[in-house]
Design a protein around this ligand. Structure first.
Ligand SMILES: C[S@@+](CC[C@H](N)C(=O)[O-])C[C@H]1O[C@@H](n2cnc3c(N)ncnc32)[C@H](O)[C@@H]1O
Length: 322
């Protein structure tokens, strides 16, 4: 909210889900607001649902009927490309239907109108937010909504033998920053244990040097492309221009982390990519981020800073070495 307040004068917020979702009213047109968000995408905003209509909730089948009627009245939109139905609910909403039930009914309406439905990468999303009294309903492209997942909550399948949940952070960063990890050759993973990120990079075919004073998961020994260094990262040195990817997910003070990453920049090729998590342990997260980014900007160009769904008290930076 603080980031948005700084962007738009006269913005008004109403909390919908504590610490998670709020309604905002802005003295701007939809296009103007989207323009503001596109040029200054807030770090902590994961999802943005337009409210084209607010429908009263009846708590029975009339609600599905009203949603179906709304889709029929916007028939042109459904006919263009694929449409996904997203539903989010506040706890205790009188709207009685699950996301699966709602989707089944509305998908049928879209098909009946000659449109196509899609779960992934849809051309447009029909989003429904079931609140305490009303259904907020809006159309938007995944780009306008900042995500093609309801509420920006990107879910990945947990795999058997997965080393750590941290792997989801790197998978989500890859999607969010439109990277293709398999396009890199040689990665340096700082703060690698137990090895979720290292494992993902190895799976994608990279050679990986993993540094951590803690133990890596024994299953990683099966990869000949892995070099393990059981050390503090400040005690290791590398030849110049060795790595085209640096990833760092260290649980450490943000400024110390930035200092350590800067010590390693000579080991990176020009134009190398860096994906770094910044722990927000202090009271002033925006100030911490500004300080860390301006330090890192001595050697890198910031591409994007984002609190991903799988980040808890941290954000992820995507940088390119100058
Ligand atoms: C959140 S865990 C990393 C999880 C990892 N990304 C994964 O996918 O499994 C943070 C790690 O940073 C390591 N760490 C903290 N300070 C470090 C330092 N100075 N050098 C190397 N590793 C460090 C810790 O030992 C810890 O294992």
């Amino acid at each position: 909210m603080e980031e948005l307040r700084r962007l738009v004068n006269g913005i008004k917020f109403t909390q919908l889900i504590a610490g998670e979702a709020f309604k905002m009213e802005v003295p701007l047109s939809r296009e103007e607001m989207l323009g503001v968000i596109r040029t200054n995408e807030p770090i902590f905003l994961r999802h943005l649902q337009p409210i084209d209509r607010a429908l009263p909730i009846h708590g029975n089948a009339d609600d599905l009927q009203a949603l179906s009627d709304l889709i029929r009245s916007a028939r042109m939109r459904c006919a263009e490309g694929t449409t996904a139905i997203h539903l989010r609910r506040v706890e205790g909403t009188p709207f009685v239907y699950t996301a699966a039930d709602t989707k089944a009914v509305l998908d049928a309406v879209i098909m009946e109108l000659g449109g196509d439905t899609a779960m992934q990468s849809p051309d447009q999303i029909f989003s429904i937010f079931a609140g305490a009294e009303e259904l907020y309903v809006g159309w938007g492209t995944p780009d306008e909504q900042l995500s093609d997942w309801p509420g920006g909550a990107v879910r990945f399948q947990r795999e058997e033998g997965q080393i750590s949940r941290a792997k989801f952070k790197l998978l989500e960063a890859e999607r969010a920053f439109k990277l293709y990890l398999e396009n890199f050759r040689e990665a340096l993973d700082i703060g690698a244990a137990p090895g979720g990120w290292t494992h993902l990079l190895l799976e994608r075919g990279l050679r990986v040097t993993a540094i951590d004073p803690a133990e890596l998961h024994p299953s990683l020994s099966a990869y000949p492309r892995l070099t393990k260094m059981k050390k503090n990262a400040s005690d290791v040195q590398f030849a110049p221009n060795t790595f085209d990817l640096l990833v760092c997910d260290m649980s450490w003070s943000p400024m110390q982390m930035a200092k350590l990453v800067l010590e390693k920049t000579d080991a990176l090729t020009d134009g190398a990519t860096a994906i770094i998590t910044v722990k927000l342990m202090h009271k002033k997260p925006l100030q911490t981020i500004r300080d860390v980014v301006s330090k890192l900007e001595t050697a890198f160009v910031l591409q994007k800073a984002k609190q991903l769904f799988h980040n808890r008290d941290e954000i992820t930076l995507y940088l390119i070495k100058k």
